[in-house]
Design a protein around this ligand. Structure first.
Ligand SMILES: Nc1nc2c(ncn2[C@@H]2O[C@H](COP(=O)(O)OP(=O)(O)OP(=O)(O)O)[C@@H](O)[C@H]2O)c(=O)[nH]1
Length: 395
């Protein structure tokens, strides 16, 4: 071998070996992914999504939400996270409600504990409710009702005042509303089973994408198989954001390669792939552009039409930012009119003293609050429970 041959070997042979070695590593990685798929335990009756799902074990930890995953290692697939169980989430997050809502609960209790309540005191009580965004009608009702009760039974000791207030607030939040999420696959008369489809709508910045990500974890914790549809094609990073959320719990995202693609075609494709794969639920994130009512109606109408070619909509969830309080109500009304909303998700309840918006929004839109966001952590989304909520704001 002369010096030229040696040079050729170094220039061609070594990189070729490196490439071959890299290929082996890729094959190795694929194999281990396949192995994981084979050992994946799926509960009976759920879909066969391509994802590797680590099911939450019974009695899995109720500890704080897991932290962000380590950056993807070149040699090993990232470990999947186990979302916190759904049951008891609001109990776990109740402190955040008490912190944010304490001005409401504490101020009301403080006023009602005074001796011989005057007109000014009753006005102050009403003002407290208005400041917490309960809304004019419900605030007046609540004060009237407490006044009547106070006349009948008197306001004797702090425990009785608290019990009365609790009872009245609970009645206002309305425990009789059906807050369950419809996420079971459906079998039509033709015997074909299709996934439940949950469309998530709302103004931009309210926390839609984050909510879709958190909701996928709620569903995974409940043993459902999930597929995400990134139909928010308006904001370029939204699909990446969604994909990151999903990949942490082994949930795949259907997205377009192109920014600004037709959201309806992404939604259609997600539901079609969800049906083919036999997943339980397809969650579809949308853009929140509210240029005008007609434009929104066109966009959401088209998305709905194409989705329902494959499967009916099981839920349309409207995401509202609780910190915008009554100001967000106008936009909420438009979405409710246009999109046939079946449930409200109130986000950022951890950052506001305006917890009364729960009451106002239900009254205004005639739709129950089904989920609440109480932080930026991945498991800081909880099914709404009226009793826990009222206990939370009473502190
Ligand atoms: N504190 C708190 N922050 C939240 C909550 N939910 C969402 N956020 C934050 O709100 C911000 C906006 O959330 P996104 O999910 O990007 O909002 P979006 O509605 O999808 O926005 P567009 O994609 O622009 O339509 C993010 O910083 C979230 O972390 C919550 O419950 N509490």
């Amino acid at each position: 071998m002369d010096s030229n041959d040696l040079l050729n070997l170094l220039l061609v042979g070594v990189p070729a070996l490196a490439i071959l070695g890299g290929g082996a590593a890729v094959i190795q990685r694929r194999r281990s992914a396949g192995d994981r798929d084979r050992t994946d335990e799926r509960p009976a009756g759920t879909g066969t999504g391509t994802s590797t799902l680590e099911r939450p074990a019974a009695g899995a930890p109720t500890a704080e939400a897991p932290t962000a995953p380590a950056p993807e290692d070149a040699a090993t697939a990232p470990a999947l996270e186990v979302p916190a169980p759904t049951a008891g989430r609001l109990t776990r997050l109740r402190d955040r409600l008490a912190r944010s809502g304490s001005p409401l609960g504490a101020r009301m209790l403080q006023v009602l504990s005074r001796d011989h309540l005057t007109e000014d005191d009753w006005d102050e009580l009403e003002e407290t409710l208005l400041l917490a965004d309960v809304g004019a009608g419900p605030s007046q009702e609540l004060v009237e009702s407490i006044r009547t009760q106070a006349r009948v039974q008197g306001l004797k000791d702090p425990a009785q005042v608290r019990a009365l207030l609790r009872e009245q607030l609970l009645a206002l939040v309305d425990p009789s509303l059906d807050r369950s999420l419809s996420t079971a696959p459906r079998t039509g008369e033709d015997g074909v089973t299709v996934p439940a489809v949950v469309l998530v709508v709302g103004v931009n910045g309210t926390g839609k994408t984050t909510t879709v990500g958190k909701l996928s974890r709620v569903l995974v914790a409940d043993g459902r198989t999930v597929l995400l549809g990134a139909a928010d094609t308006f904001r370029a990073a939204a699909a990446d954001q969604l994909e990151t959320w999903g990949s942490r719990v082994g949930v795949r995202t259907v997205r377009s390669d192109r920014d600004g693609a037709d959201p309806a075609s992404v939604a259609f494709e997600a539901v079609r792939e969800g049906a083919t794969e036999g997943v339980d639920v397809v969650l579809v994130d949308t853009a929140g552009r509210l240029q005008n009512k007609a434009g929104l109606m066109d966009e959401l109408g088209k998305i709905t039409r194409v989705i329902t070619r494959t499967a009916p909509l099981s839920e349309v969830l409207l995401v509202l930012d609780a910190t915008t309080g009554q100001n967000g109500m106008n936009q909420a009304r438009v979405f409710a009119e246009v999109a046939g909303v079946t449930g409200i998700v109130l986000t950022k309840l951890d950052g506001t003293a305006k917890g009364g918006i729960v009451v106002a929004v239900q009254r205004e839109l005639g739709v129950p609050v089904k989920l609440v966001g109480l932080g930026e952590g991945p498991d800081d989304l909880a099914p709404f429970d009226p009793e826990e909520f009222v206990d939370g704001i009473l502190g």
